[in-house]
Design a protein around this ligand. Structure first.
Ligand SMILES: *Cc1c(COP(=O)(O)O)cnc(C)c1O
Length: 422
């Protein structure tokens, strides 16, 4: 044991001394990275779809079901109290991570999509004909469809901030469509299809000047950036645990207190009430007003553990390392003739690309045979694909547990596939 700790400490010291990122050590935290696919070592480059899970998070899930599985907030017994303490403790960890002012401004959801739909439903009674909602052209479908549905219900009109060739938003066009009729502005912090980092602070400042509320989809930003919701001054921010080393089926909605007070509850049920009679029910205070029914207790707790894990490594350290991977992979990929990379501005470690005359799906299928997991298709962002006039792209998205050696395997696999397909 002592020897193990010493070796471990030395490893970190040496890494620090040489400013090396301890990726080999980190990889041992992820059991799935040891597996093979089609007889080849797994190279997992589909992190923008979902991230892999470190052992500490898996252990937290097993611990919950093995030792204190119970319903929360209503039991006087020991297990219920333990589960409640851990669940509410996770909420505080999340509050601190996102720098929300109050813990009850963090609402647990089942994920980003759920959080967006909660806000869309909440605005149904607020918007009327003549009001406008602005979304960006870089959105995930989950961030387009709920607003279209909201417009149909309320008579409000949907406007779109167009995108430019390099994958950024046309901010001059945003100035033009923003008006006193704008009631809501929606944008992702980072685009899942291209990795573009959007100017959230600028968008929020401008939207607030006309009195519009701002909802930011942080699903793709949170694995790479530690968002400070007070500094960004956004009104709402949503994210999913499964993209930040946590489990699926849990996420958060951050909302400024004044907005969460103003919006009606999303669902009726247990947990969200104060008193119930058949004449009238009064709602519970925040955050319970938005948390009807038994939540994903284990998931919420595991989400907190995942954030602890990532914060121990440090988001700045992660970003620096991922940028190295991004630059290396970009350089190697562009050496392959006929490669086009979409979205070339300031971005996270995502490469969306095509190779001349090769369908993304065919490339993806061969890469899988060679053990390399990438995403192919429209990435739930068809409007972006229409903009570039392509059916889809091949998307390689990196995480802090990926390596340059894996990128070499990926590049060789792309070359092989290209030869087979052309
Ligand atoms: C993944 C993703 C979503 C959807 O997240 P869910 O966890 O599936 O609800 C929404 N927006 C962006 C930008 C995403 O990357």
């Amino acid at each position: 044991m002592d020897v193990a700790i010493m070796v471990c400490l030395c490893y970190f010291c040496i890494s620090k001394m040489y400013k090396m990122f301890p990726v080999e050590k980190i990889r041992t935290d992820f059991p799935i990275l040891q597996r093979q696919v089609n007889g080849k070592p797994l190279v997992y480059f589909d992190n923008a779809a979902t991230s892999q899970t470190p052992q500490v998070v898996i252990d937290a899930i097993v611990d919950y079901y093995s030792n204190y599985n119970a319903n929360i907030h209503r039991g006087v017994h020991t297990l219920s109290q333990e589960a409640t303490d851990k669940y509410e403790g996770a909420r505080i960890k999340i509050q601190q991570h996102f720098n929300a002012e109050k813990a009850y401004e963090i609402i647990f959801t089942s994920g980003t999509t759920h959080g967006i739909n909660m806000i869309a439903a909440g605005f149904t009674d607020i918007l009327t004909k003549g009001d406008e909602i602005i979304v960006s052209a870089l959105e995930h479908h989950s961030n387009i469809v709920p607003w279209q549905m909201l417009c149909e219900k309320t008579g409000a009109e949907l406007k779109v901030i167009p995108m430019l060739e390099n994958g950024t938003l046309d901010m001059n066009a945003f100035d033009e469509i923003l008006s006193n009729n704008t009631k809501l502005v929606f944008c992702n912090h980072v685009s899942n299809a291209l990795g573009t980092i959007n100017p959230i602070k600028e968008i929020t400042e401008k939207a607030h000047q006309v009195g519009a509320a701002v909802l930011i989809d942080g699903a793709q930003a949170t694995p790479h950036i530690k968002p400070n919701v007070q500094e960004l001054d956004v009104d709402f921010y949503v994210a999913s645990a499964h993209k930040i080393c946590g489990p699926t089926g849990v996420g958060i909605l951050y909302g400024k207190e004044k907005w969460l007070q103003k919006l009606p509850p999303y669902q009726g049920g247990g947990e969200m009430i104060e008193t119930v009679t058949f004449k009238k029910t009064t709602y519970a205070g925040l955050p319970h007003k938005f948390e009807a029914g038994t939540p994903n207790i284990c998931g919420g707790i595991a989400f907190g553990v995942a954030l602890d894990y990532m914060n121990t490594i440090g988001f700045d350290t992660i970003a620096t390392y991922e940028n190295e991977l991004l630059e290396y992979a970009t350089r190697k990929l562009l050496e392959i003739e006929g490669t086009t990379i979409y979205g070339t501005s300031n971005k996270t470690a995502v490469i969306s690309f095509n190779i001349e005359r090769i369908h993304p799906y065919d490339m993806g299928a061969i890469l899988d045979k060679l053990g390399v997991a990438v995403r192919t298709g429209h990435h739930c962002a068809q409007p972006i694909m229409s903009f570039y006039n392509i059916p889809g792209t091949i998307r390689a998205s990196f995480a802090f547990y990926n390596t340059k050696a894996e990128i070499d395997i990926f590049i060789d696999a792309v070359k092989k596939a290209k030869m087979m397909l052309s």
